[in-house]
Design a protein around this ligand. Structure first.
Ligand code: FAD
Length: 479
């Protein structure tokens, strides 16, 4: 009997999963596989942790439906060919990925399998608009977010959600050999640094659903006003779930639009939230049209920028020991929980690239290894945006002052105190500039600056001036 193969990748869910849904609609036995593909981007440590638990959750969800997730590790092409030949596969279905190496691989496989007489179908499961759909009047691609998003909104085709399909198994489907998930060694062992991740996250489709429910119930109403304040924690925390496809943007879109319809007071927050999803789409769009985004400056005038190579400065940044509390709080939140608030991501990235003058790619690599939501499109586009080398980027002369940013977005110092307990007793006035604290206050709080908490590793005002001079020299458009 002919069978259908569904190859899951960044779509680890049952609901609104077009490849799975349309495969099951064929009414022939369906094999569902996930491949840890060794030929494309290796995952960072935090994402390996996430993937383990996400796959575990999916295995359980499929078991409840008397089905099974087959796990294989290796080169996708070899594994799929073996399976097609040994299992009498007639159809292969997958949802599209948009990273350059994945596109290359999938294009090749599509041609190869078609030649073998296999029917291949691919679908969009992770974007509201696919990158090839949105074009300028001149048939080129948008480089400015505002114009891009306006066009997307004007031409948005609304996609209804697909239900969880009825899964049809063949007897040998459930006996088909799968790797044992623990043998993939995705979890950290010695040392096991994942306690913070466990406290913060529930990977998997049910975890995503719970997170969305919680966001709608207790955060959405404040999103427009409070999303920029890290201590308030009013964002959705859906980024890793979106990355792994445990929830689709259409699920979020439909539910938010319904809420907006029923409660006009939610309108501003809903629109702003959808615009954030728009930034995600724009990152995918840029990566698609400029595949070198992760490694090459979008603006080539940055190619000769004299980046500084300093292990000492880099380590101080990575460990949250720069002496600038908002930067250090962000870097410690990242290390502990695999996440950092968006405003703080911008501050720490500006500090690395403009105060310490360290290459944005070095920062992006660290984020890749430590973020649970590490995403080639979002990470590369955002780092280039902050560094000033990207399209529609923050202008190079916008250099965040970490003290003023802290005072504006963490006015009571709650976020800093949460992640830097050694500064807990500092009064609000000095929480973002401990080095200005009078001796008498330091003595009464028994904080030893330079011992318990570092003095600034760099003078921001001088660093800013130096950066501006360098950026001016590199730029074709001097100030
Ligand atoms: P919410 O405010 O609830 O936003 C909803 C969703 O919109 C997010 O889940 C995310 O998918 C998307 N989104 C929000 N802001 C942005 C943005 N600026 N750019 C693109 N998409 C956005 N996001 C990642 O998902 N992966 C990354 O690797 C990543 N690296 C970043 C690196 C830097 C230097 C910066 C400045 C930002 C980066 N971002 C990245 C974007 C953003 O910080 C996160 O998406 C956001 O903080 C996730 O938290 P949330 O889900 O609570 O956001």
């Amino acid at each position: 009997m002919k069978k259908t193969l569904v190859w899951l990748r960044q779509d680890l869910r049952l609901l609104d999963n077009p490849a799975l849904y349309h495969a099951c609609a064929l009414n022939q036995p369906t094999i569902i596989i996930y491949i840890l593909d060794e030929a494309i981007y290796p995952l960072g440590g935090a994402q390996c942790w996430w993937l383990h638990y996400s796959l575990e959750a999916l295995q359980k969800d499929l078991l409840k439906k008397q089905s099974k997730l087959i796990l294989k590790k290796g080169i996708a092409e070899n594994i799929l060919i073996d399976l097609i030949e040994s299992e009498n596969i007639s159809h292969v279905f997958w949802n599209r990925c948009y990273e350059p190496l994945a596109i290359e691989r999938d294009t090749h496989l599509k041609q190869l399998f078609t030649k073998m007489g296999i029917i291949i179908e691919s679908f969009n499961a992770s974007l509201l608009n696919e990158p090839h759909q949105i074009k300028t009047k001149e048939d080129s691609f948008f480089k400015i977010f505002t114009y891009y998003w306006k066009t997307c909104c004007a031409h948005q085709k609304i996609k209804p959600l697909l239900p969880i399909p009825v899964l049809i198994n063949s007897a040998d489907n459930t006996t088909l050999e799968s790797d044992d998930l623990p043998t993939w060694d995705l979890l950290p062992k010695s040392p096991d640094w994942s306690a913070g991740l466990k406290n913060h996250w529930q990977p998997g489709e049910a975890g995503a659903k719970k997170q969305l429910k919680n966001f709608i119930k207790s955060k959405l109403i404040d999103y427009a006003n409070a999303r920029d304040f890290p201590a308030k924690s009013k964002t959705s925390f859906l980024s890793p779930h979106l990355h792994f496809g445990e929830i689709s943007p259409w699920q979020i879109y439909h539910i938010l639009k319904q809420i907006e319809l029923e409660n006009a007071a939610m309108g501003r927050s809903v629109e702003l939230y959808l615009t954030q999803l728009g930034w995600r789409e724009f990152s995918y769009y840029l990566l698609y049209h400029y595949p070198k985004l992760p490694e090459k400056n979008f603006k080539s005038r940055f190619d000769n920028f004299p980046w500084v190579k300093s292990k000492k400065l880099l380590q101080a940044w990575q460990k949250g020991k720069t002496g600038y509390p908002i930067v250090d709080a962000g870097m410690r939140q990242l290390w502990y929980s695999g996440y950092m608030h968006n405003r703080v991501r911008m501050i720490v990235a500006s500090f690395l690239t403009k105060d310490l003058l360290i290459d944005w790619r070095v920062g992006a690599d660290w984020f890749w290894d430590t973020l649970v939501d590490a995403d080639l499109a979002n990470n590369s586009a955002s780092w280039q945006w902050v560094a000033g080398s990207g399209t529609d980027a923050s202008p190079y002369f916008r250099i965040f002052n970490p003290t003023l940013q802290g005072e504006k977005f963490d006015p009571n110092g709650d976020y800093v105190r949460r992640w830097i307990p050694e500064l807990k007793k500092l009064p609000n006035k000095y929480i973002h500039k401990p080095w200005e604290t009078p001796e008498t206050i330091l003595n009464s709080t028994s904080i030893r600056l330079g011992t318990d908490y570092p003095l600034p590793i760099i003078d921001h005002c001088k660093a800013r001036q130096h950066a501006l001079e360098l950026y001016k020299k590199t730029s074709n458009n001097p100030l």
